[in-house]
Design a protein around this ligand. Sequence first.
Ligand SMILES: [Zn+2]
Length: 261
Amino acid sequence: MDDYTKLKKSLRNMQILIIIVIGLVVFGFALDFLAVQKTVSVIEENAQTKPLKTSYVVQNLKGDAMETWYAWQPRDKIEIQIVGENNYPKEKIDAVKRAILSTETIEIDNKLVYKGDEGTSTYWIGWKGAVDYIREKRGIENSLDISFTDKDDADIIITLTNSKSGEGLSGVTNSMVNDEESTILRSFVTIYEADKLSNEHMEIIIRHEFGHVTGLAHSTAPEDLMYPVIQTPAPYISECDIDALLHLYTGGKTSQVICES
Ligand SMILES: [Zn+2]
C-alpha cells in the first residue's frame, strides 16, 4: 500500500467515525426531546382536566371533629388494605400503589408551576420516596416498610367505590386520632366513582389523600398537590409538601402546608 492509499483509507475511517459521532449526538437529542415532550403532555393533560375536589376529617375516639396537628408515632412498618381491589383493572390498582410506593422523582420546569422562568424543581411521585427522603434527612437509616395486606386491621384502609359522594368529592380521608397524644391511630381513605376515574386521576387523588394520611393539612398554594381542589399542572409531592412533613415530624406542631411561590 503506498502512502496515498494509506492516507485515503485513514481519511475514510475518520469520515465514518465523524458520521457515527454525529449520529449518536442527534439520537441523544431526539431521546431528550421525546422525554421532555412526554412530561409536557402529561402536565398539559392534567391542566386540562376538571379539578378534583377533596375533603378530609380528623376525629378523636369520641367522634368529635378535631382541628389541630396529628402525626403517626415513630414506626418502621405500615400496612395498607385496599377494599374493592378486585372490582377494578390491575392498572388502576397499580396507579394506587404507584402514588404510595414509588421512590422516583421528577423534575418540572418552574415556569409551568408559576415559580418564575428559571430552572426546575424536584417532585416525588410516591410517598415512600418522600418519606424515605425525610427519614434520611433525620438520620434514620432504614427505609419505611410499606406493605399491602388483606387484613382488616391494617393501619390504613383505602376503599374504592363506584358510588357518588353527596358533596361531589373525588376523595376523602378520615383519620382516627388520640387527641391526648396528638397521634394518628388509623386512616381511612375513600375514593368515589372509582370506575369513572382514569388511572392518571386515580394516582393523583391517592397521592393527595395520602398526604392527609401522613398528617398534612391543605396547602395555601393553588399550584400545590395539597391544595383542597387539585388543579395543579404538577400533581406530585412538592418540596413544599416535604418541608411541611419534615416540620410536622420534627416537633413543628403544625400540619399546615405553606408554600411560597
Ligand atoms: Zn384534601
